[in-house]
Design a protein around this ligand. Sequence first.
Ligand SMILES: Cc1cc2nc3c(=O)[nH]c(=O)nc-3n(C[C@H](O)[C@H](O)[C@H](O)COP(=O)(O)OP(=O)(O)OC[C@H]3O[C@@H](n4cnc5c(N)ncnc54)[C@H](O)[C@@H]3O)c2cc1C
Length: 439
Amino acid sequence: MFSKVILVLEIIGYTVAFLVKEARYALRATVVRQQARWFGATAATERKRNIVIVGASFAGYHVARIIGRSLPPGSEYQCVVVEPSSHFRFTWVLPRFCVVKGHEQKAFIPYGGYIRGAPEGVVRWITGRVARVTAGSVKLDGDEGAELPYDFLVIATGSYVRQGLPSRVNDDDRNAGMSRMRAMQDAIESANSVVVVGGGAAGVEMATDVADLYPTKRVTLVHSKEAVMHRFGNPLREAAQEALDKLGVHVILDDRVVKEDAGAVTLRSGRTIGCDYLVNCAGQAPASDIVSSLSPTIISPTGHIRVRDTLQVADDGLTNVYACGDVAETEAPNPNARAAMRQACVVADNILEATQGRKARHKYRANWGDGVIKLTLGLHRSVIYIGDGIRHLLFRSKEKEITLMAAMSWSRMGQKPYEDPYVDGSPKPPFVEPSGKGP
Ligand SMILES: Cc1cc2nc3c(=O)[nH]c(=O)nc-3n(C[C@H](O)[C@H](O)[C@H](O)COP(=O)(O)OP(=O)(O)OC[C@H]3O[C@@H](n4cnc5c(N)ncnc54)[C@H](O)[C@@H]3O)c2cc1C
């Protein structure tokens, strides 16, 4: 009991430390904005030095927010964000919105609001994809892809999944992504038997949602490990298994799908299972290919980018190159958005110091608090799991909102839920100009 109280106190301390840091950034942003208002800011054309950020999701977008709102108005640096997607993708709701109809748009948050408040000209946004990184510049994708020089570089390209949904949206355009989500919803609705591959968070959430919404379908979850949610402690594994059992999901462990045929899949064990529709929730990999020719030593066997605790890549010749989020090899217990954003703070702080001529001194120390997880178990139930490997706490709760935390995330990203100027047929994806005070 005492150890659990300590655990709760520690997680409160972790949360307070995070909020204090956020408040400090907000205060600094206010000071910078006022200075820019009173004394003016360097024009975009005069900002000759680039801090290039590749990827604007939880890690990269947060780096852009902190640097963009903290650089002194008279700085010669510009923050250049390169991101191919028309919108920020709120991954947490993807499994749910691939099952439940009518909410797809809420997974796509317009870009811009989160960096609102940065003085004009500080952030330049490029809707594009980086094809290759060299020491000193990034090359954009396309036949005539521009070459963009950098003084500092942040690789925040996260992870990718070849098959895309429900773990990732592989279309850059929101409308294409929404169409694909609707196609998945329809396929699930019309299937009698659904096989979900992968017993991590996405697979468990997907299987329990399908079974809850369509109780007469035969839902099977196939997982290659000895328990679902195997990366977490026993209380969470048991809670997930119990919920799957209650909803009638047939769980097959220690096995994998090796062959797909019309109407059936074959497992490594030789078993055949009826399958009208297969949902693959496995196979996430770090998106590090763009740095493959930058340095022979920085990519680990898992494909992650090796970093030091300052989050500079592990190559003494590349002290101006940083990596953070899912793509970086850190000690984070369960790489997730929280860990990505904490790492983003370290990267931003170190780059801000470096722009003043100082050495990187901020360090990312993995904290078990980064691994706290909320897992939905069907449409109306969820659990929050807190564990440090020895002590565990599990809170069960009822979910009132079918859209989970989507509205809150829109607000946090500086957008009014669910207002989006991008309607079908818009010629160009929107980018909300970052003027005004910001969230
Ligand atoms: C289904 C699902 C549910 C999840 N639920 C939770 C949850 O509840 N809580 C939680 O904390 N975490 C959750 N996570 C984990 C969380 O989404 C990831 O840890 C987080 O997205 C990592 O952020 P990131 O910025 O490192 O990378 P990503 O989110 O993977 O983003 C990488 C970005 O880089 C861009 N990019 C990639 N390549 C290039 C290139 N060559 N040029 C330019 N840009 C590029 C991509 O377009 C993308 O915007 C979930 C993940 C999934 C899949």
